[in-house]
Design a protein around this ligand. Structure first.
Ligand SMILES: Cc1cc2nc3c(=O)[nH]c(=O)nc-3n(C[C@H](O)[C@H](O)[C@H](O)COP(=O)(O)OP(=O)(O)OC[C@H]3O[C@@H](n4cnc5c(N)ncnc54)[C@H](O)[C@@H]3O)c2cc1C
Length: 402
């Protein structure tokens, strides 16, 4: 019997694979089962001085993701003896990774692709897990898809339940129960009661912040001592009637040495564009995302602290400068360019492979595993879902053979 805590990128796939392999699975999820279109109501607040995006509901943060799917950290994982080649092929096929059809590349995205190409940058369409025949091109991926046209981990949770898994939602796992120094259950809060669930193995997939809290509460002091979050800003300016805000977002990609760029509209940018009463439809903007050093800390009460290093700021500056050139080439008046605040949407590294878990994602406590963004050894500086899915498939195969 295996207990999975959390239903996001790591937990969803693990539950699906184990349940389909005939293993008895119980899934705990802190949040509720919701319609994807309502996901924007389930964003978390970690601390007043950090803008870190993640959601609490079935599907975890995948429910508000842009469905961007790229391979990451190949070399770094190889150093730990982890080769995900076969797992990547499996999960790419499962979630339907592909470049969007031209019918779903909007005018603003095409300007981004053309301008970056003219500047000699390495540019391509972004690999996505979006079904074009269902997508209504509304630009609302980060709010939760109104028509369920993108893959989310909720799909896998549904499949796991169909295959016999038990789902306990609105249940917050607090810590691990031990028998003879081995993990043998979880303590959780549901309906204002504290309950105990006994099991053979526990896999924490509660995301980088919450898995770290559960580990710390269970005596693993090294968890949560490091944290990356792949910082980003969106920079943009005035381009009359471009209507970019209703396009499929982040459908193009520029890969730089220390950053990635993707066309991205943020509802927070308007107030920062120095051009009179600019409207959303008149803004073309680009997300600049960088890898950051693992300088941060997760406290047991959920408070998150993140500091930025000199390199973090330098990488961001390089990316913003390049985005500015692309915007100008695309026709944006450079005098109107502004930026959102500095945010992060990929928390990870709090229970890193080689530090808190081994190459099979097991902690120092027998039968206690972690399988989510916590285990990534360094910041990928690019979308991590595909890598988490591949690690999850690898763990599912390992646990199925045990
Ligand atoms: C707006 C936005 C857009 C993004 N777009 C992309 C993208 O396009 N591509 C990409 O690769 N990445 C994207 N990301 C990042 C990606 O969603 C995350 O990196 C990924 O989902 C992390 O997976 P995870 O399994 O670590 O955690 P999550 O997916 O966050 O799942 C953790 C789950 O655990 C649950 N949980 C937490 N605490 C407990 C507890 N105590 N007990 C029980 N359950 C608990 C949570 O409710 C949640 O369901 C985006 C993120 C955001 C916020």
């Amino acid at each position: 019997m295996i207990t999975i805590v959390g239903t996001g990128a790591g937990g969803g796939l693990l539950a699906r694979e184990l349940a389909k392999n005939g293993i008895e699975v119980t899934i705990f999820e802190k949040g509720p089962y919701i319609d994807s279109k309502d996901a924007y109501n389930y964003y978390n607040q970690y601390a007043p001085d950090i803008d870190l995006l993640a959601t609490t509901c079935i599907g975890g943060s995948t429910i508000v993701s842009m469905a961007n799917m790229v391979r990451a950290l190949d070399e770094e994982l190889h150093e730990f003896g982890i080769d995900l080649t076969a797992e990547y092929e499996y999960v790419e096929n499962l979630v339907g990774v592909h470049e969007l059809d031209d019918s779903h590349i909007g005018k603003g995205t095409q300007l981004f692709l053309d301008a970056a190409s003219e500047l000699g940058l390495e540019v391509s369409k972004m690999p996505k897990a979006i079904r074009e025949d269902e997508c209504i091109q509304c630009g609302k991926c980060a709010f939760g898809c109104p028509v369920d046209a993108k893959w989310t981990a909720k799909d896998f949770v549904d499949e796991a339940v169909e295959a016999g898994a038990t789902l306990i939602s609105d249940a917050e796992v607090m810590d691990i129960i031990f028998c003879n120094l081995k993990a043998c259950g979880v303590r959780y809060a549901k309906d204002d009661e504290i309950k105990v669930h006994k099991t053979d193995k526990v896999v924490l997939c509660a995301g980088a912040i919450d898995s770290a809290i559960i580990l710390k509460n269970s005596g693993i002091a090294d968890a949560g001592r490091e944290l990356f979050f792949d910082p980003f800003v969106s920079v943009g300016g005035y381009l009359k009637d471009i209507n970019f805000n209703t396009e499929v977002q982040m459908a193009g990609l520029v890969v730089g040495k220390n950053f990635v760029l993707a066309p991205h509209f943020s509802s927070f940018i308007k107030g920062n564009i120095p051009y009179g009463d600019v409207e959303d439809k008149d803004i073309l903007s680009i997300m600049v995302k960088t890898p950051d050093e693992c300088k941060g800390y997760v406290h047991t009460d959920g408070y998150v602290r993140k500091t930025n290093t000199i390199n973090d700021i330098r990488y961001l500056a390089e990316g913003v400068a390049t985005a500015g050139f692309i915007l100008q080439k695309a026709g944006v008046d450079p005098k109107t360019i502004g930026s959102t605040v500095y945010r992060g949407a990929h928390p990870g590294g709090t229970a890193a492979i080689g530090k808190v878990v081994d190459k099979n994602l097991e902690t120092e406590i027998d039968n206690l595993f972690v399988c989510d963004a916590s285990v990534l050894p360094i910041s990928p500086g690019k979308p991590p879902i595909l890598t988490i899915l591949a690690l999850s498939k690898r763990l599912a195969d390992y646990l199925s053979k045990k």
